[in-house]
Design a protein around this ligand. Structure first.
Ligand code: AMP
Length: 424
C-alpha cells in the first residue's frame, strides 16, 4: 500500500514525499481511513510504530478540508493533542509542522518547566492545532490564555503513561472542558482497567486499531558504547572503520555542521562518506542516499531530521557519533540496522558531557549498554567509574515486558529495548 491509496490531498502527499515516506506503517494504513471518515478511534500502539503520523495526517486533512469548503471557521483552537512528556510534545509538533508544511495551519507546542511568556505570546497570535502536556495546559486555561470551546479534534496520546506519571486527574479535568461534539482519538500502548474505563467513557462507538509485535528483531542488534573524549571521536571513528566488517555505516550527529565536519575528516582519511541534512537540496540528499544504498558510499552521516524515513536494507552498522538528548531518538536510530533477522551493530560514542544522555537512554531501554574498554582512545578509568548507574524499570509495564519499539520504515516493525545485553 502507498500513501497515494489513502485518499490524501496533494499538499499532504507532497509533504510526505519530502519527508521520504512512501509506505504507510500498519497503524497508519488502518487508522487514517477511519479518522478521515470522522469516527472515534481507539489505538493500541507504542511510540515507534508511526502513530504520530497516523493521527496527524488525517487531522491535518480534515482541518484543511473544513477551511477549503468555506465552512464558517471558529477562531479558536480546533485540534488539541494531549501528551505526557515535553519530548513527545516537541516531536508531535514537529510532525504536524512537517506533514502540514503546505497547508498554512498554525500549530503550537506548550509544556511546563519553562517560562510561559513565549507560549502566551504565540497563543495570542492564534493557533489551529495545540500540542500540550496536561499541567501547563490547565495552568494556561486557568489564566484564560486558552479556551477549548472550539475544539473539534481531541487526541489523547500515551494514555497509560499519563496514568503512570500521575497525570490522569489532570487529563480527566481537561476532558470536562472540551465540547461534547468532537472527534476523539485515544492512544495507549496498554489498557489497564482505569485506562479502559476512561476510553469507554469518552469514545463514541470507536473503531479499534491495534498493532501487535511480529517478532522482537532488535534482539539481533548488538549495542556497545565507547567512552571517548570529544576531540578523539574522529580518530576513534577512523579506527573503527578500518574493520572491513563495517560494510555500511549510518553515522549520526546532532547538528548539520557536525555532519559536514565528520565527512571532511573521513575524506582526509580516505574513507568515502557523504552527509545528508536539511541544508542540502532534496536532489543532493537523494543522490547521497542512492550512492549509499548502492554501496558506492560506505558511510552516510546524517542528522536525525534528515534521517527520518531513511530505510536502507542490509545496513550493518549504526554509529552514534554524538548521543541524542532525546532517548527515544536512540531507539529510532539503532532500529535502522538489524533488519529482518539480519544482525546489526550499534556503536555509540559517549564523551563526558553526554553521560547524562546515556543514563536516560539506559533508563528508557531498561538495560545497560555494554561498554567497550579495549580501544586506543578510551577515557581514563576515573571517568569510566562515573558511568551513571542503570535503574531497571519495573517489568511488565507494557504487555511485552516494558519493551519499546522502533519503527524503521516500510511495513516492518522493530523493537528495541528488552533484549538481553550482549557483549560486543
Ligand atoms: P512515531 O511512532 O510516531 O514516534 O514514529 C516513529 C518514527 O517513524 C518517526 O521518526 C517518524 O518520522 C517515522 N515514520 C513514521 N511514519 C513513517 C512512514 N510511513 N515512513 C517512514 N518513516 C515513518
Amino acid at each position: 500500500m502507498l500513501f497515494e491509496q489513502l485518499s490524501l490531498i496533494e499538499p499532504i502527499l507532497s509533504a510526505l514525499k519530502e519527508e521520504g515516506y512512501t509506505t504507510p506503517t500498519p497503524i497508519q494504513e488502518q487508522a487514517i481511513p477511519i479518522i478521515l471518515e470522522g469516527k472515534d478511534l481507539l489505538g493500541c500502539a507504542q511510540t515507534g510504530t508511526g502513530k504520530t503520523a497516523a493521527f496527524a495526517i488525517p487531522v491535518l486533512q480534515l482541518l484543511c478540508k473544513a477551511k477549503l469548503t468555506g465552512q464558517p471557521q471558529k477562531g479558536g483552537i480546533k485540534a488539541l493533542i494531549l501528551t505526557p512528556t515535553r519530548e513527545l510534545a516537541i516531536q508531535i509538533e514537529e510532525s504536524f509542522a512537517a506533514y502540514g508544511r503546505n497547508l498554512g495551519l498554525k500549530q503550537l507546542v506548550i509544556f511546563g518547566g519553562v517560562s510561559q511568556h513565549a507560549q502566551t505570546i504565540a497563543l495570542r497570535k492564534g493557533v489551529d492545532i495545540l500540542i500540550a502536556t496536561p499541567g501547563r495546559l490547565l495552568d494556561l486555561i486557568q489564566q484564560k490564555f486558552i479556551r477549548l470551546s472550539d475544539v473539534e479534534f481531541f487526541v489523547l496520546d500515551e494514555a497509560d503513561r499519563m496514568l503512570d506519571m500521575g497525570f490522569i486527574h489532570d487529563v480527566k479535568k481537561v476532558i470536562t472542558l472540551l465540547p461534547t461534539k468532537k472527534q476523539t482519538l485515544f492512544f495507549s500502548a496498554t489498557m489497564p482497567p482505569e485506562i479502559s474505563k476512561l476510553a469507554s467513557s469518552i469514545l463514541h462507538n470507536p473503531s479499534k486499531v491495534e498493532v501487535t509485535p511480529i517478532s522482537s528483531t532488535a534482539e539481533t542488534i548488538q549495542q556497545a558504547v565507547y567512552f571517548v573524549e570529544k576531540e578523539n571521536k574522529k580518530l576513534l571513528l577512523s579506527h573503527l572503520l578500518k574493520d572491513a566488517a563495517i560494510k555500511s555505516a549510518l553515522v549520526f550527529t546532532r547538528t548539520k555542521h557536525g555532519a559536514d565536519k565528520v565527512v571532511k575528516d573521513l575524506h582526509r582519511g580516505g574513507v568515502k562518506a557523504e552527509a545528508i541534512h536539511g541544508n542540502k537540496s532534496q536532489n543532493a540528499r537523494q543522490r547521497a542516499l542512492t550512492n549509499f544504498k548502492s554501496g558506492e558510499t560506505r558511510v552516510l552521516v546524517a542528522t536525525d531530521i534528515a534521517a527520518r524515513g531513511i530505510d536502507v536494507d542490509d545496513l550493518t552498522h549504526v554509529i552514534n557519533f554524538e548521543l541524542p538528548n532525546v532517548p527515544e531518538t536512540y531507539v529510532h536510530r539503532i532500529g535502522r540496522t538489524g533488519r529482518a533477522g539480519a544482525s546489526g551493530i550499534a556503536f555509540s560514542f559517549c564523551d563526558a558531557e553526554e553521560k547524562e544522555f546515556l543514563r536516560d537512554i539506559q533508563k528508557l531501554i531498561s538495560i545497560p549498554v555494554p561498554v567497550v574498554t579495549d580501544h586506543p582512545y578510551a577515557m581514563s578509568n576515573t571517568s569510566l567509574n562515573s558511568i551513571p548507574s542503570v535503574k531497571q524499570k519495573p517489568v511488565q509495564r507494557h504487555h511485552q515486558g516494558g519493551e519499546r519499539r522502533s519503527f524503521r520504515g516500510g511495513d516492518s516493525r522493530r523493537y528495541a529495548g528488552n533484549q538481553s545485553a550482549k557483549r560486543g
